[in-house]
Design a protein around this ligand. Structure first.
Ligand code: FAD
Length: 523
């Protein structure tokens, strides 16, 4: 009875707040198995995200119990005379309101009743790479995908650094980490999707079937449909990881080594690392270095002594996966690879840990920050793809210039191979064979220090964008955020016409993911 009343209230809000002319009986007849909620706590959650900068309150929140619930809701939005918007929300880890909406309903995809991981193809222990996959609900968190597949000794190949993100959320962007040079981003490791388009049709798509929709949705910023199922490629899960960090004071030695290491992607597994990342070392302290907790106390080199000259330091971060069965050769393989690199001698930091602990490393840092009240603060993050040919200029102008050797959060920097990205997807990357991710993952604090305020950091972000424009560094934003149509057109460049055409085909009323601010709804 109480549930029915709440549902009626949700529908009432849709009618009154959105001015919906949809027949209430029709909405009731939606017959969603899940819950259409207007509970203040649901509305509050759906109004916020990790960025902590933007807020937009939806009219209601749907907690789906079946993929068909998504179909029914999107169909109702598409067919209603007046229309309302629908935004899938994965785990709400966007930083600019991308999963929010005002004139409509947010579908809370993660941790929903429909959440399940099926069809781990039971080919194990038969090692047929093409047949190793898992089918997951679009709202599934990667940490749960990992835990489930590990039961079969399997794991996805391509990751993000942090696993409390939803499959649909990262596939709508790209999904990158230190494995991307080798396996490509997560969107290059998907066999098949089920997608509810903006017309409310539930379609399966892949390279072979509805391929236009498949490529559109991958990296498509939620514009073309809601991913309800993804078939993800798996590999045999390694048991352990040797995790290594080395230091550089010379930027070009650092990037030359990173580029050399990613050029080995086609080599046999024994002759390359499995993960290549890096970061700029900024002043120490939890908030600055929360992702880099393991410069061990036994370390023979004091970072502060290396920084005595006032220059910047850079850390290359690499890993090698291994199993107990080949533990005796791992040291030798690593030694051969390290010999080719030009890092500061005696600056090698090594940790050895189970594979799952390495993949879930950022969660540990999250718990530490949470305990100090430093997690739920505004995050004016900037993620840029910088072409290889201009990364040295970026170092001079941004790391040494605008940031002035000061930061308010970790700065990641690592290269990727463009040939691991499928040009047919919706993502845009720089027009060079190798490009870098530069991620300024900063936290704004209200601690009386002017250089840590949201205003100060946002202003620096603008300065960085202006610097790139003025010096002609053709960066592309990753997890992009723009306010005007012209900026979006510039972002997509040659791909804009196709992006627009796909939108008109798959979401002609422009009701999906309006929080991205690319298209306005047609009503
Ligand atoms: P949400 O923020 O909920 O949604 C993002 C967008 O996707 C919205 O437009 C939404 O409408 C749409 N969407 C969500 N679910 C679906 C679906 N099922 N179907 C269609 N559209 C959908 N990214 C990386 O690539 N690598 C990293 O290492 C990385 N690390 C991160 C660490 C932290 C701590 C945080 C906060 C973010 C990180 N990210 C990283 C960024 C992250 O991948 C994106 O913010 C991603 O969108 C978050 O997923 P989410 O499930 O929270 O998505």
């Amino acid at each position: 009875m109480a549930t029915k009343l709440l549902l009626l209230f949700a529908i009432y809000r849709l009618i009154v707040v959105v001015g919906l002319t949809l027949d209430p009986n029709k909405l009731l007849r939606l017959g969603v198995e899940g819950q259409l909620s207007v509970h203040p706590s649901d509305l509050k959650t759906a109004s916020s995200d990790f960025g902590g900068v933007k807020r937009a309150e939806p009219v209601a929140v749907l907690h789906p119990a079946l993929p068909e619930d998504v179909v029914h809701l999107v169909k109702a939005a598409y067919e209603s005379a007046h229309g309302f918007t629908v935004s899938a929300r994965g785990h709400g880890h966007s930083t600019n309101g991308q999963a929010q909406t005002t004139k409509g309903v947010v579908i809370q995809m993660s941790r929903s009743r429909v959440s399940r991981i099926d069809s781990i193809n039971p080919t194990w222990p038969m090692v047929l790479e093409k047949l190793m996959y898992v089918d997951v609900w679009g709202g599934e968190l990667w940490i749960d995908v990992l835990r489930s597949t590990l039961k079969y000794g399997l794991a996805p190949k391509s990751w993000t650094d942090y696993l409390y993100l939803s499959v649909g959320g990262t596939l709508s962007n790209g999904g990158i980490s230190g494995q991307a040079f080798n396996h490509g981003p997560q969107i290059s490791n998907v066999h098949e999707l089920d997608v509810v388009t903006g017309k409310g049709e539930l379609l399966s798509c892949s390279e072979e079937q509805n391929s236009e929709l498949f490529h559109a949705v991958l990296g498509g910023l939620g514009q073309f449909g809601i991913i309800t199922r993804a078939r993800i490629t798996l590999e045999l899960a390694p048991q352990r990881v040797r995790w290594i960090r080395v230091l550089y004071s010379n930027f070009s030695a650092f990037t030359d080594d990173q580029e050399y290491l990613i050029s080995l992607h086609g080599q046999p597994a024994a002759e390359k690392f499995d993960y290549v990342e890096g970061f700029v070392i900024v002043d120490e302290g939890l908030v600055n270095n929360w992702r880099s907790s393991f410069f061990s106390p036994q370390n023979p080199v004091k970072i502060s002594s290396l920084k005595a000259g006032g220059g910047l330091l850079y850390s290359l971060e690499i890993t090698k996966n291994y199993d107990e069965s080949n533990a005796d050769t791992i040291d030798q393989e690593i030694e051969i690879l390290l010999k080719k690199l030009n890092f500061i001698p005696a600056s090698v930091f090594t940790a050895d840990l189970p594979y799952v602990d390495f993949l879930d490393r950022v969660h540990k840092a999250e718990l530490k920050l949470r305990s100090k009240g430093l997690w739920e603060v505004p995050h004016p993050w900037v993620n840029l793809f910088v072409p290889k040919s201009r990364i040295a200029d970026f170092n001079e102008g941004v790391f040494k210039g605008i940031l002035g050797n000061k930061s308010s959060g970790p700065i990641l920097i690592y290269p990727m191979n463009k040939n691991k990205w499928d040009e047919r997807s919706s993502v845009v990357t720089p027009d060079e064979e190798v490009f870098y991710l530069v991620a300024l993952l900063r936290s704004a604090l209200d601690n009386g220090e002017e250089t840590q305020t949201l205003e100060y950091l946002s202003n620096q972000n603008r300065q960085i964008r202006r610097f790139c424009d003025e010096t002609g560094i053709n960066v592309k934003q990753y997890l992009p955020h723009y306010n005007t149509r012209q900026e979006w057109m510039d972002h997509f460049g040659d791909k804009w016409a196709q992006f627009y055409q796909r939108k008109m085909e798959f979401d002609p009323r422009r009701i999906l993911a309006t929080g991205q601010q690319i298209f306005k709804p047609s009503f």
